[in-house]
Design a protein around this ligand. Structure first.
Ligand SMILES: *Cc1c(COP(=O)(O)O)cnc(C)c1O
Length: 390
C-alpha cells in the first residue's frame, strides 16, 4: 500500500533568493532594523502605491500603533467584527478602549454595512472602524469610509489577509486612513513574523515611526548613519519595541517580488476547487462580480449540514485521515472566554457569525501546492461528502 501523502494546511514558499539574502544579511554584520528593512519599506510603498510603509514585527503591533496614532484612548470605542482573529480586538483593549462587534455579511464574512449603519450606540465615542478583509476579499470600503466620515472617526483596515487585494480597482493599502498587513508564516507572503503599516498621513506616520521603537525620535540605523554623534538620541514618549529586524526584511524583499505570482497560483487553486465542488452540498466562496483581485489567502467552504450525515468536526477529522490538513477561520470572538465573559455575550448575539462558524472549513490553498496536491484535496472532499449525503 502506498503511504498516503500528507498535505499540510499551510506552507510558506521560500526561494533561494530569500535564503541567500538572509545569509548575506548575517554576513553583513547588520541583522536588526537597517538597510534591508528600509528597502523592504520602499518596495512596499511602490507595491501598494502609498506614501509611507512602516515595517513592524507583527500585524498585531501594527494595529496597536495605528490605533494609538489616531488617538484611541481609554473609554473610546472601536468598531470591528467578531469574525476575526483575536489580535484585531485585543489591540483595542491594549489602549483601554472597548470593541463594538458588528455581525458579518452571510455571503462573505466581512463586516455588515447595514449592521454598521444601524449601530445605535454613542457614535461620539467611536474613534475608529476596524474592518477585516476576510480571506482577502475587500470590505465595502466606500460605505465604511462614508460612515467613518459622517461620524468623524477613522478607518484602520486589518489587511492581514489582503496582499494583494483590490477594491474597485484600487489596491488595498493605497487609499484609506491606515492599513496593516501581516507576514506571519501562513499569510500570503511571509517574513516568519512581521507586519507592515501603510498610510498617507504625515503626522500618523511620524507618530508610528517613533512609537515602534521606544518613543525614540529616530531609529537605530539613522543614529549610526547621520551626522549627529552616534550615541545621542531623544525619548519623546513611552513607546514600544515593534521594529522589524533586517533578518526578516531580507525574506520580505524577495517574497514581495513574488506576491502577484503567488496570488495567481492561489486563484488557480480556488478556481479548481470551485469547479470541482459546484454540485456538492457546500456553499463555496463567491466569485468576485468585478475584475477586482481577491488575494485568496483562505478558501472557506460551508458545509450544508442539513444535507449531510456528518458534523463539521467529523469532516475535519476525516480530511485528516485522508492526509489533508484543514482549519477553521475563525472561532468568533464572542464565543471566546475572555470576550464572552467581559461583555456577557451569548452565542446568538451574532447569529451570522455563529452560523458561519458552525459550518466552515478552510481548505489548503498556497502556491507551494502542486496540481497533484490540489487533486488529493479535491478527491478527499468529494469522497467524504459523497459518502455522507443524506
Ligand atoms: C494573522 C492575523 C492578524 C495578526 O497578524 P500577526 O502578524 O500574526 O500579528 C490579525 N488579523 C487577522 C485577521 C489575522 O488573520
Amino acid at each position: 500500500m502506498n503511504p498516503i501523502k500528507h498535505i499540510p494546511f499551510a506552507l510558506p514558499l521560500i526561494g533561494e533568493a530569500e535564503i541567500q539574502e538572509v545569509v548575506d544579511c548575517m554576513r553583513s554584520g547588520w541583522i536588526t532594523t537597517g538597510p534591508r528593512t528600509r528597502l523592504f519599506e520602499r518596495d512596499f510603498e511602490t507595491f501598494v502605491g502609498n506614501k509611507y510603509a512602516l515595517a513592524v514585527n507583527s500585524a498585531t503591533a501594527g494595529l496597536h500603533l495605528a490605533l494609538e496614532a489616531i488617538g484611541v484612548t481609554h473609554g473610546d470605542k472601536v468598531i470591528t467584527t467578531p469574525y476575526t482573529f483575536t489580535a484585531t480586538a485585543e489591540v483595542i483593549r491594549y489602549l483601554g478602549a472597548e470593541p463594538i462587534f458588528i455581525d458579518v455579511e452571510p455571503d462573505n464574512f466581512n463586516i455588515s454595512t447595514s449592521g454598521l449603519r444601524d449601530y445605535k450606540g454613542n457614535w461620539d465615542k467611536v474613534k475608529a472602524i476596524l474592518p477585516v478583509h476576510f480571506a482577502g476579499k475587500a470590505c465595502e470600503m466606500d460605505t465604511i469610509s462614508q460612515i467613518a466620515k459622517d461620524s468623524r472617526s477613522h478607518v484602520v483596515e486589518d489587511a492581514a489577509h489582503a496582499l494583494p487585494t483590490t477594491y474597485k480597482g484600487k489596491t488595498i493599502g493605497s487609499f484609506g486612513d491606515i492599513a496593516v498587513f501581516s507576514f506571519y508564516a501562513t499569510k500570503t507572503i511571509t517574513t516568519g513574523e512581521g507586519g507592515m503599516i501603510v498610510t498617507a498621513n504625515d503626522e500618523w506616520a511620524e507618530r508610528m515611526r517613533t512609537m515602534r521603537l521606544h518613543g525614540i525620535n529616530r531609529d537605530v540605523f539613522d543614529r549610526y548613519s547621520s551626522k549627529k554623534p552616534s550615541w545621542y538620541y531623544e525619548v519623546v514618549a513611552p513607546g514600544f519595541k515593534y521594529n522589524m529586524p533586517d533578518l526578516a526584511a531580507a525574506i520580505g524583499i524577495h517574497q514581495l517580488k513574488r506576491a502577484n505570482e503567488f496570488q495567481r497560483r492561489r486563484e488557480i487553486i480556488a478556481d479548481k476547487y470551485s469547479e470541482a465542488f459546484k454540485n456538492l452540498p457546500l456553499k463555496l466562496p463567491n466569485k468576485l462580480p468585478t475584475k477586482d483581485i481577491h488575494s485568496w489567502h483562505l478558501y472557506v467552504i460551508l458545509l450544508d449540514l442539513d444535507e449531510l450525515t456528518i458534523s463539521r468536526n467529523n469532516f475535519i477529522e476525516r480530511m485528516a485521515t485522508e492526509g489533508v490538513g484543514t482549519s477553521v477561520h475563525f472561532i468568533p470572538l464572542h464565543l471566546q472566554p475572555y470576550w464572552r465573559d467581559r461583555y456577557q455575550y451569548l452565542p446568538e448575539d451574532f447569529p451570522v457569525a455563529l452560523s458561519l462558524y458552525e459550518r466552515s472549513v478552510s481548505l489548503p490553498i498556497y502556491p507551494k501546492m502542486t496540481d497533484d496536491d490540489v487533486e488529493i484535496v479535491i478527491n478527499a472532499v468529494k469522497s467524504i461528502i459523497g459518502n455522507t449525503v443524506k
